[in-house]
Design a binder for this molecule. Structure first.
Ligand SMILES: *Cc1c(COP(=O)(O)O)cnc(C)c1O
Length: 226
């Protein structure tokens, strides 16, 4: 598995941005209303640097330790950099996540909410938070089950106030994602939440058609992962 070169990464980014803009316009939305989160997990800091050089400033990582190592060195030269933690979060990683993340997209259970509240107080730093919903109610997937989503979102809103900014989902792999995307966008609207993070390399245009404000795209930018 070889890493893509900086020009290849820049070309992929340009292509993804064009497709995002086209999908947004097609949906009667503005291209700037959709934020591209470039998912750099498993790829080296050099790949992130290539994306930064191509004007990409928002990144997603699924492992907190990997994110901390990779991004610490890049932050000083790139004050506009925004890091999203998009992977399932164990409670023993929460303090580090609160330290490194600008956005934590994977708030998905009451115990994690407890740990986050504690970590936010201790660190004196509050990342933006998204509730992850297990829209397909899949046993192996993280996310709050659909049936518990409304109560959990309301509880998180009461607890975290304006730091709770949106919802995130990863629909089932083997099904049409559109109804799941539509459901999540509707949920966000009902709760008055502005951010809807959904859509990956295979389905980000569909997600935009259904109201995604953030798409998380990895392999279409950085190439396949080992
Ligand atoms: C890896 C990952 C992505 C990106 O997936 P691609 O198919 O490579 O675009 C998006 N969201 C989450 C939560 C991920 O773990």
């Amino acid at each position: 598995m070889s890493e893509l070169s900086p020009p290849e990464i820049a070309a992929n980014l340009a292509c993804v941005r064009d497709r995002i803009a086209a999908a947004a316009r097609q949906a009667g939305r503005e291209p700037q209303d959709v934020t591209l989160v470039a998912v750099s997990k498993t790829h080296p800091a050099a790949a992130v640097a290539a994306a930064l050089a191509a004007g990409q400033h928002v990144f997603g990582e699924n492992r907190v330790q990997e994110a901390a190592t990779k991004f610490a060195a890049l932050r000083p030269a790139h004050p506009g950099l925004r890091l999203h933690v998009i992977g399932g979060l164990q409670t023993n990683k929460v303090r580090e996540a609160v330290r490194v993340a600008d956005v934590i997209e994977t708030l998905d259970r009451p115990r994690l909410a407890d740990a986050l509240e504690d970590a936010i107080r201790r660190e004196g730093r509050t990342p933006d938070l998204l509730v992850q919903v297990n829209v397909g109610d899949e046993a192996q997937k993280s996310g709050i089950p659909r049936a518990e989503a409304d109560a959990f979102i309301a509880a998180c809103k009461a607890r975290f106030g304006t730091a709770l900014v949106g919802l995130m989902c990863i629909p089932p792999l083997d099904a049409d994602p559109a109804p799941h995307f539509a459901w999540l966008a509707d949920r966000a609207a009902r709760h008055g939440l502005k951010i809807v993070s959904m859509g990956m390399s295979a389905d980000y245009e569909t997600a935009i058609a259904h109201g995604a404000t953030h798409v998380r795209v990895g392999s279409a930018i950085f190439g396949s992962r080992p």
